[in-house]
Design a protein. Structure first.
Length: 573
């Protein structure tokens, strides 16, 4: 129903019982001079939460309050309202009742809403109330991301892939006329809102699957069933944005896109790979500002933070961070540089690619196609009078040798290696052909790290102790008294996953006078790690147990990302 008379509207709002004297008049006065809905005004003024207001309003108006995402909505119901109307009015058809269509909205007072929905559906319309977030989530789940854009493409029956450079347009202002452009932008925009780090477009035999990686875990994104029809055009649009050769579909390609989302710069690394059913496209989203964090946000325990601070403030030597792809190594390197960055230090980096731009730091981008490799760049950096050097990754013997020479001639060098644990970095360097005595004399510390998902603070709950599980993962039962282990539940804030954000678990091996002889004598990484544990080093698994006991993450997360320590207990004597 449409309520226009101010006195009737005021009476309805008073009937909710949520307002103090004068507040209803304030809401109506503001709404009269604004394009915002009554619901938005109530929420923005802080008078009530959206769900509380709509539940009370539903009771006052004699309407049902629904949560469309939790309802089993028949496909025939969804088909009665065009996709364009669903997204244009932010509504959701939820049921057919005696020839009338029940439609959920968060703004029952919107002028002309019922008439517009009646014209679009050809049915009588009855309203139900629901929050904007619930309606939006249900629409994307049931119709698919970008469904209204694909509907327009189906209606036009033509695909346009303009060559213009839209890359610097703010994606939060989605107003492009070209449907393919808009759809690609919507995919990236939704990924950004979901805090995704990667987007994967994967052609299947009958559909085009789109998955987002959020907090390190892949989630399939609902997409309209007709998306496969536009696969070639969507992939071509991404390749145009990344300055790739759209005609080359037989070979892998790499590219880069620079975007603006709500005023924030985003770099997108694009990789294409030919598969049986077409080109698979992976997009890595890099937020330039999000990498510039301090040591306090890495998730280090106080003891580990003090050890690391000493290492990154040494006048010379190599500090290596190890772990698989996606374990947060680059973020740690930037945090170290951010911590020590000052006007009296000359810091140079050589990276592939430059993930985050840092003020006051001279950053070099590797370009192998013109001969600027890590080794070549590093050799020239040494002539630039640096105090601190950051090498994105040590990939070969030549780069490792130059880094070691830099450390031995009075420079502090930060870099990364792909190994499973801290002690494994020694074996990796030896395998590259580096002499053990050079490793022992130049490397000051080795940091292994992994990322675990943080429990959502809004819904986490105490875990019911399961001793059988604790024994199966070799959890030290004597530590149970140190804190309360929590588990994931799932709520609106975390989109039902139980997790929100990630933090690191760490293993810091300091190369001291006890460890150096082991390196020189080519001791195994297991022997080096055992000695480090005897000297007080905490393993990745132990640091994970600590975070689980503090309620930061779950035991399952720790087990998922870290390896068993059972073979690394130091022997007696």
């Amino acid at each position: 129903m449409t309520v226009s008379a101010p006195n009737k509207l005021a009476a309805l709002l008073e009937k909710t019982g949520l307002f103090q004297p004068g507040q209803v008049e304030e809401v109506l006065a503001r709404q009269a001079n604004s394009t915002q809905s009554i619901t938005d005004q109530v929420v923005n003024l802080g008078y009530a939460r959206e769900d509380h207001f709509l539940k009370a309003l539903a009771t006052a108006m004699g309407l049902p309050y629904v949560r469309p995402g939790e309802m089993a909505i028949d496909k025939a119901v969804l088909e009665r309202l065009p996709t364009k109307a669903v997204f244009q009015y932010n509504v959701m058809p939820v049921a057919l009742e005696s020839g009338a269509l029940r439609v959920a909205t968060n703004d029952p007072f919107a002028p002309g809403l019922i008439d517009a929905l009646r014209l679009a559906s050809g049915l009588r319309v009855r309203l139900a109330l629901s929050t904007a977030m619930d309606i939006d989530k249900a629409a994307k789940k049931l119709y698919g991301v970008g469904a209204e854009t694909l509907d327009r493409m189906m209606a036009d029956n033509r695909i346009e892939v303009p060559e213009e450079d839209f890359s610097k347009q703010d994606l939060s202002e989605l107003d492009q006329e070209a449907s393919v452009v808009k759809f690609v932008n919507q995919i990236i925009w939704e990924a950004h809102k979901d805090r995704a780090t990667d987007i994967h477009l994967e052609p299947q035999e009958m559909d085009l699957r789109i998955r987002y990686r959020v907090d390190g875990v892949l989630h399939q994104t609902p997409v309209p069933p007709q998306l496969k029809r536009f696969q070639a055009s969507i992939i071509s649009r991404i390749k145009v944005m990344a300055n790739m050769d759209i005609a080359e579909k037989r070979l892998p390609q790499d590219g880069r896109i620079s975007l603006r989302v709500h005023g924030e710069e985003i770099d997108v690394r694009v990789s294409t790979m030919p598969t049986v059913y077409g080109e698979s496209v992976s997009l890595r989203l890099l937020m330039r500002s999000s990498g510039l964090i301090g040591m306090d946000r890495l998730g280090l325990e106080d003891r580990d933070a003090q050890i690391l601070l000493k290492l990154i403030n040494k006048p010379h030597g190599i500090l290596l961070v190890t772990g698989p792809t996606g374990s947060g190594k680059s973020t740690s390197l930037y945090a170290w540089l951010h911590t020590i960055n000052s006007v009296d230090l000359r810091i140079l980096t050589i990276e592939d690619p430059i993930e985050y731009e840092m003020a006051g730091v001279n950053q070099i981008h590797v370009k192998p196609e013109i001969g600027l490799t890590f080794a070549v760049g590093l050799r020239h950096i040494l002539r630039q009078d640096p105090d601190v050097i950051m090498v994105g990754e040590i990939r070969d013997k030549e780069t490792a040798e130059i880094a070691i020479r830099a450390a031995l001639t009075g420079h502090l060098v930060f870099s990364t290696l792909h190994t499973n644990d801290s002690a494994g970095a020694v074996t990796r360097l030896t395998d590259m052909g580096i002499e053990p005595f050079l490793i022992a004399s130049s490397v000051e510390g080795l940091v292994a790290q992994r990322l675990v998902r943080r429990l959502c603070p809004h819904c986490k709950k105490p875990w019911e102790i399961d001793e059988a599980f604790l024994k199966s993962v070799n959890f030290p039962l004597e530590r149970l008294g140190e804190g309360v282990i929590m588990e994931a539940a799932g709520c609106e804030e975390c989109r039902g996953t139980g997790f929100r954000g990630r933090t690191g678990i760490y293993e810091i091996l300091v190369i001291n006078d006890t460890i150096r002889p082991l390196i020189v004598s080519r001791a195994s990484s297991s022997a080096i790690k055992q000695e480090a544990i005897r000297l007080g080093m905490r393993t990745l698994r132990e640091d994970g147990w600590t975070k689980a006991l503090k309620g930061v993450t779950t035991l399952e997360e720790v087990v998922r990302v870290s390896e068993e320590d059972e073979d690394l207990v130091p022997e007696e004597g």
